[in-house]
Design a protein around this ligand. Structure first.
Ligand code: SF4
Ligand code: SF4
Length: 383
C-alpha cells in the first residue's frame, strides 16, 4: 500500500490539452505528463505470513513455487516498465505559474512486495527494475523511485546499493503489532533506532508529507526515509477488507471507511496526468484503480500501454464513479441502485459475524455484473 497520501484535491481537468501545457522547475516543456504515482508490486514473495496482510499471495515460496514467482517477476517487470508513460509527471492545478498554467511535478513509483529486499528478489528483479526506470526517465524529467520494505532484512550494504542506484526514498512499513518479531514497542524502537542511525549517517532526511516537496527534493538529489505501520491511529489502521485481514476478522473498517475515497483507493485514478492520480500494478502486469484491487483488472500493462488502458475507461460510468470516490454509484447504469449496492456490501465473516464495507459491494458488483461481460464489453458498451 502506498505510503504517501495527498489531499487529492482532484481538479477534473482531463479536458485540458495537458500535453501542451508548460512545465515547472527543471522540467522540459511541451511533453505529455503521465501519472502522479504508481504502486508496483514487483513480486509476491515475502518472508512472512502476517495475519493482517491484505494479500494471501504475499508469503514464503519454496522449490518450484519460488522459481515460478521469481520467473514471473523477472519476465513481467521489464515489460510493465516499458509500457509505463513516456514521462512520469503530473500537473498541479492548485499551483499555477505566471501565465496561469498548472505546474508540472515529477511523479513517483513505489516498488513493493511482498518483501523486495529478499535475496531471491533484490538482485534478479528489484535492481534491474530500478535501473530500467532510471534509464527510461533519465531524459524525461526523471522519476522518484520509492522502495517499500518491512525493514528487518535491510543491511547497510543493501542500503548503500539502493542509494547508489538513486532510490529517492526508503519506506519502512513493518512497524506495527502484526509483524512477528516487531510486535512490541521495544522491538519496533530497536529497529527504528538502528535504521535511523544508518539513514542519518548517509545524509538521508525524513520524507516530506507533501508529495510536491518530494518531487522538488528529487530534482535536488535528496534521499529520504519514512517509517510507518498498521497502527490503530494510522490511515491503514482499520485494515482493508482483503486477504488474511478479512479471513482473520481483523478489519474493523466500517461503512464510514470509504477506502475508495482516499489515497491508495480509486479516487482520481482516471484523472491521470493530474495531481492525485495513482494506480496499482501486480506482478503479472494487471493494473487496478486501487491498491485494494478490484475483482477484475482494468487491463494488463505487460501487454499494453498504461495510458491506453486508462483512456479506454474514461467516461465509463462504473470507473468514473470509482474515480470520483463514490463506489456506491458504480452500478447505477446496470440497474444497481445505490441502495442495492449498499445491501450487497454486506458479507459474513468465517465466525458468522456480519461485516459491511463498500469494497465488499464493489467485489459483488464486479463478480455479478462485470464478470459476466467480456473485457471488451466492459470497456466499450458503457462508455
Ligand atoms: S504485511 Fe508485509 S511483511 Fe507481512 S506478509 Fe504482507 S507483505 Fe509480507
Ligand atoms: S470500492 Fe472497489 S475500487 Fe474502491 S477501493 Fe474498494 S475495491 Fe478499490
Amino acid at each position: 500500500m502506498s505510503a504517501f497520501r495527498s489531499r487529492r484535491g482532484c481538479v477534473s481537468q482531463r479536458m485540458v490539452a495537458v500535453g501542451r501545457l508548460g512545465a515547472h522547475g527543471k522540467m522540459g516543456r511541451g511533453k505529455r505528463t503521465g501519472m502522479e504515482s504508481i504502486y508496483f508490486v514487483i513480486c509476491y514473495l515475502c518472508h512472512r505470513t502476517c495475519v493482517h496482510c491484505y494479500e494471501d499471495r504475499f508469503r514464503p515460496y519454496h522449490g518450484e513455487d519460488l522459481a515460478a514467482v521469481i520467473a514471473q517477476s523477472r519476465e513481467t517487470a521489464p515489460r510493465v516498465i516499458a509500457n509505463l508513460p513516456e514521462r512520469l509527471s503530473y500537473l498541479d492545478w492548485d499551483t499555477l505559474d505566471a501565465q496561469g498554467r498548472p505546474t508540472e511535478h515529477r511523479g513517483r513509483i513505489i516498488l513493493a512486495g511482498g518483501e523486495v529486499l529478499l535475496d531471491a528478489v533484490r538482485e534478479p528483479v528489484l535492481y534491474p527494475a530500478i535501473r530500467q526506470l532510471q534509464e527510461k526517465y533519465r531524459h524525461q524529467g526523471g522519476v522518484d523511485i520509492l522502495v517499500q520494505t518491512t525493514g528487518d532484512v535491510l543491511t547497510e550494504k543493501i542500503l548503500d546499493e539502493l542509494l547508489a542506484l538513486g532510490v529517492r526514498s526508503l519506506s519502512i512499513a513493518g512497524l506495527d503489532a502484526y509483524h512477528k518479531g516487531l510486535d512490541t514497542p521495544e522491538a519496533q524502537e530497536r529497529l527504528r533506532s538502528k535504521l535511523l542511525g544508518w539513514f542519518v549517517s548517509r545524509g538521508m532526511m525524513p520524507s516530506p508529507e507533501d508529495p510536491k516537496q518530494m518531487a522538488a527534493g528529487g530534482h535536488q538529489g535528496r534521499q529520504y526515509f519514512h517509517f510507518f505501520g498498521a497502527t490503530p491511529d494510522s490511515w491503514i489502521g482499520p485494515l482493508w477488507p482483503r486477504g488474511r485481514a478479512l479471513q482473520n476478522e481483523l478489519s474493523v473498517a466500517s461503512m464510514g471507511d470509504n477506502f475508495c475515497n482516499r489515497w491508495s483507493g480509486g479516487l482520481g485514478f482516471l484523472d491521470y496526468r493530474n495531481a492525485g492520480s495513482e494506480v496499482s500494478i501486480e506482478p503479472d502486469g494487471n493494473v487496478y484503480p486501487c491498491c485494494l484491487k478490484t475483482k477484475l483488472p482494468l487491463g494488463n500493462v505487460a501487454a499494453e500501454a498504461l495510458e491506453a488502458i486508462l483512456q479506454r475507461h474514461v467516461g465509463n460510468p462504473v470507473y468514473e464513479a470509482i474515480s470520483m470516490g463514490h463506489p456506491e454509484r458504480m452500478g447505477i447504469a446496470h440497474g444497481w441502485s445505490v441502495e442495492r449496492f449498499l445491501q450487497n456490501s454486506m458479507t459474513t465473516l468465517p465466525s458468522g459475524k456480519p461485516y459491511r464495507n463498500l469494497c465488499v459491494g464493489c467485489d459483488r458488483f464486479h463478480e455479478e455484473v462485470l464478470g459476466a461481460m467480456s473485457s471488451d464489453l466492459v470497456s466499450i458498451s458503457m462508455g
